[in-house]
Ligand binder design. Sequence first.
Ligand SMILES: Cc1ncc(COP(=O)(O)O)c(C=O)c1O
Length: 943
Amino acid sequence: MTAHSHKKARESTDQVLPFAARHNGPTPADVRTMLTTIGVPSVETLINQTVPEQIRLSGELDLPSPSDEHDALEELRSIIEQNVEARSFIGQGYYGCRVPAVIQRNMFENPAWYTAYTPYQPEISQGRLEMLFNFQTLVSELTGLPVANASLLDEATAVAEAAGIAYRHHRMKRHTVKIASPLHSQSAAVLATRMEPLGIKIAEGEPDEDTAAVVFSWPDTFGCFEDPREHVDAAKKAGALVIVVTDPLALTLLEPPGHWGADIVVGSAQRFGVPMGFGGPHAAYMGVSQPLTRLMPGRLVGESVDARGNPAYRLALQTREQHIRRDKATSNICTAQALLANMSAAYAIWHGPDGLRAIAQRAARYASRFAESLVAAGFELVSDRFFDTLTVRTEGKAEDIHKRAHDAGYLLRTIDRDRIGLSFDETTSEADFQALCEVFGIEATDAGDRGHLPPQTRHEAFLTQPIFNAIRSETEMMRYLRKLADMDLALDRAMIPLGSCTMKLNAAAELAPVSWRKIGNIHPLAPKPHSTGYRKMIADLESWLCEITGFAAVSLQPNAGSQGEFAGLAAIRHYHASKGDEHRDVCLIPSSAHGTNPASASMSGMRIVMVACTEAGDVDIHDLKAKAKEHEDKLAALMITYPSTHGVFETQIKDICEVVHDHGGQVYFDGANLNAMIGLAKPFDIGADVCHMNLHKTFCIPHGGGGPGIGPIGVAAHLKPFLPGDPLDTDSNAVAAAMFGSASILPISWMYIRMMGAAGLKSASQIAVLSANYLAARLEGRFDILYRGHKDRVAHECIVDTRPFKESAGVSVEDIAKRLIDYGFHAPTMSWPVAGTLMIEPTESEPLAELDRFCDAMLSIREEIAHIETGEWTREDNPLVNAPHTAVEAVSWEHGYDAMTAVAPTGPAQLSSKYWPPVARVDNVFGDRNLVCTCPPIEQLAS
Ligand SMILES: Cc1ncc(COP(=O)(O)O)c(C=O)c1O
């Protein structure tokens, strides 16, 4: 190549748009149009008017210069290549499994599934609600308990959640949890972290009148099954609940614990088709007995009916979102693991009950054969009752055997100098078996059919529901997944302008690494050198997040914002205790706070004191000062969301932090709204001591229809010693089962920051603010914008007041939200933080054309309201109260307005690519009165 052709080639690549220009929706010309509409000369002026001067960052963030998609992927690949993919037999809660390709392609890697939001708007979420309903049915069938939720964060937190139920069930009057058989270390550690602030003791031995629950693992962490009846009888005698932690694959062969006395059953659905991923994300599951239904954490999908009497799914009972009950909640869980639960449900559908049993029997047979071979060679097993996991006594040869295994490419579980553990799974092959025999120096025997399962084996048929038996061909499976995806409105179809949720682009290049083998196939307890690549990526991400927020350290362990809140408050509590101030237990929380804030404070054993907000939505600084003074000796923390839940940058934020510090408290920042701030201001500089970030908002991890998420916390230097530690260590403050939580989705945020660079990230914040102000400017006059900052600007979201329409036209906020579906939109956040309002967050990723389509829809809806106000349409029969309109309704029209107005309000052209909601408005009350949360079994259908 000549120098000239080199130059030409470079010029032509330079013309390729940088990633930031792809990530941000508006073009430079669009930006100019938007600025004109708002009436400001430049983006800088707008930001100066929006972000208070006292907190505004002057320089640029110190981040690596942006890389394009290809180079960033290559760079990450070269890092991740440093991971070592060995054959893992470690077990201990994480097992090899095969993700069926049809699920990998059509669900896991399909934006129709992963970019969907939590199904709060049921009419546009029937597909994912149906799959979560299948998941609940699966859990109920396996556990033998009538009610199951739509996933929890991981097995360890699920154990803690179960103990939380028991505590609430006993009205917080019993203060001991008895452990009757050894749990996995990570579950024991998280349970300890979570019980400590509530003053609940964890002990062994006989249950008594102070025992809230008896917890046992069946099989235990060493793979052994004890007779559960003894524990159940003792618990029942003491009036304690029975919590069983168990393996879902084992339950395909065993009698469901609900049938022999368990009140709560929890575990991890990871081995149902979700890669180990260095610890997560995976769906944990929970089944409970009927009386515990209302105490259950997480989300519960229930069947109800729509306005036309047709069956429809919805999130049942508002109490299923425990955090809505604020300080009365049993749990703070909001984001859970919907996408992973859906993958596990799809895995069970794909294999069906027979396939699942075959997978289980195969693993069990390998374990049996290996056990026989070991015993024949003179080894001793710690138990003769097991499923797929063996614990072998080696008479001091453990180190030697580990070394041989390692050299042969196998990983076994390290227990101590004598004992070794090994778990067989779906991926075990005969070659593995023979290689392991060599590692142990034993002869392979074939005599492995002797039963080693406990006597409680499953005799009855299970998963008899048609959905688990009807689909066997890949064609049917592909079409079923497509059918469900088509029922839903996700980010791949339209803007999802949900305030406080930041539904921004989840770019394909960010998502691609999540499917890499060296991301998926790494066991979280593999020897450290096997995760060198992971650790390098994690170190990068931690340092970048520190730079972005100004904090001294970051922990990536919390696997949702709620868990970040708990971890952050734990750091604050331990910091106070380290200074002899353990009596500091008052947490100030503004009345506008998200429900997870008081729920987390309450789970942290803190006393919540509400701080009033002014009419303008800001924290009432006088009330704050008064409350801080009143509780001066006891003040632990203030939890504050910034920019505020009302969508403004409060100018007094530095004063607020100062008041709290002056009275001995720490400032906890809820960073859910960080998308307005990156590159413009830093939480630490403002005065925060700790802040959680929602990587599933600001840093592009998709919401997955209700999870996964990651809620890392950043802390100032003085809180660093109190960050969550290694979950293998009981006193580590661990808040999740794995050290790096949901590690396998961290590449998404790594790629985002790497491709955006400092200037790109700053531009994203600027465009997010610009877009929100553009919306406010366009809607202004026809709708009231409820709150604005000091120079009349909103931050990255704005609240539209719809309350006046109730009186003027009988139209509720819900009517407007549902009518937006007819226009092809997911509604903004409804009735939070202010009842009767819509909180709109456009994000930076929406092109101007889409912002305009949304504004046009809102303005058109306002016209429709005017038709009701003038009496042209009646209050009882109009396109708003009847929204959304289905295709079925359109062909049997029976309303006093025309069908085209109803189903194609923007004109006939809409019909060519219209999103049709599969159900009409869902009746919430009916569903709660007639709670149905699992598919009926075939016998019931027949009758
Ligand atoms: C302001 C605020 N705080 C906390 C949370 C909780 O985050 P997560 O759902 O990740 O637990 C949310 C979630 O939407 C939120 O909007």
